[in-house]
Design a binder for this molecule. Structure first.
Ligand SMILES: *Cc1c(COP(=O)(O)O)cnc(C)c1O
Length: 336
């Protein structure tokens, strides 16, 4: 059996369309009047509508297959993009998929409870178990895995967001990918801005830039946790991921927690403004839970004068636009 703790470990099962495009957001740059803004299109990873979980799943599913798993168990909110992409990956690989979905976001519309990501989970044939918002998804997953084993099956549990060292490793590769693209285009970025949720994407990028000895600050706009807690979480993942890839010496973990609003998955005015602005200037879809709040953060930072005019900011698009259809009440009016 392969030992995934060593760096010569095996590796990825192909699930994502890579490399994803790296594009300038010329019209948005002009409208905001600040630094040059570029986007890394991980909304275009291809698996079941795209998003950052496709990269993580290449490593996670490879480990599952190497361990002989026949059932994938994971968890998330009802509108989890991670659950949707995991269900699709399991379908593609011929594995059973059990999703533990928690009803953790209050005051949602009926679309939230039946459409968008949840509709796609069903389409991919996932076995869905709903949990109360207050229940512990890790305990539920452990319980389900134990039952699977008792029935003679081989379950593989993926943590919420696919954020462990195995999943985050994919973003070490993604950091190298974007550095190569930027070098080929002759551009250098001064900052990366992204949405930070379970932290694996943020952590992988920090490790990946450090591994290439590139000093490129990664600013995570938290979509759920308070700053200290998010920093603690990302730092823990950075240490574990760095150990897996055998690199060391990484920069500070930067988190801005001012754009969460009332809570994870809860709409904010600034999110809706950001989603509309990017749609109308660039014809580009963001999402209400992650990238809309991250872009709200970037817009506020530009307005606050955080960047120098000659800075060049890379907005890492992590996907999620499927969830727009679960937030019909936010986007139904023209927002004028
Ligand atoms: C999961 C997710 C994120 C957050 O990534 P983490 O690695 O969990 O921090 C950001 N954007 C979208 C669209 C996601 O689905």
């Amino acid at each position: 059996m392969s030992d995934f703790s060593t760096s010569e470990a095996p590796q990825k099962v192909p699930l994502a369309s890579l490399p994803t495009p790296l594009e300038p957001l010329t019209a948005l740059t002009r409208v905001l009047g600040g630094p040059e803004i570029w986007v890394k299109r991980d909304d275009g990873t291809g698996l079941a509508g795209g998003g950052n979980k496709a990269r993580k799943l290449e490593y996670l599913m490879a480990e599952a297959l190497a361990l002989g798993a026949d059932t994938i168990v994971t968890a998330g909110g009802i509108q989890s993009n991670h659950a949707r992409q995991t269900a699709a990956a399991a379908a593609r690989l011929g594995l059973r998929c059990i999703l533990v979905l928690t009803d953790s976001v209050p005051d949602r519309s009926s679309a939230y409870h039946k459409s968008a990501n949840l509709l796609l989970d069903r389409l991919f044939g996932a076995d869905i178990r709903f949990l109360d918002g207050s229940a512990d998804p890790d305990a539920a997953m452990a319980d389900i895995a134990a039952r699977c084993e008792a029935e003679g099956r081989c379950p593989y549990v993926i943590p919420v967001g696919g954020s462990n060292a195995v999943g985050a490793r994919a973003y070490v590769d993604a950091a190298a990918e974007v550095l190569d693209q930027a070098a080929a285009l002759g551009v250098r970025f001064s900052h990366v801005v992204l949405a930070t949720g379970s932290g694996g994407t943020h952590a992988g990028l920090v490790v990946g830039f450090a591994a290439r000895e590139v000093d490129l600050p990664v600013l995570g706009v938290s979509v759920s946790r308070k700053r200290e807690e998010a920093i603690h979480r990302v730092r823990g993942l950075v240490e574990k991921t760095a150990a897996v890839v055998g690199s060391e010496g990484f920069s500070d973990i930067l988190i801005d927690d001012r754009f969460v609003g009332p809570g994870y998955g809860m709409p904010t005015e600034a999110m809706a403004e950001a989603v509309r602005l990017v749609a109308r200037t660039e014809g580009l879809l963001l999402d209400p839970v992650y990238t809309g709040k991250a872009m709200a953060g970037l817009i506020a930072l530009i307005r606050e004068g955080t960047f120098r005019p000659d800075d060049r900011v890379l907005f890492w698009h992590t996907g999620g636009s499927v969830a727009l259809f679960a937030y019909d009440e936010v986007f139904a009016s023209d927002g004028a």
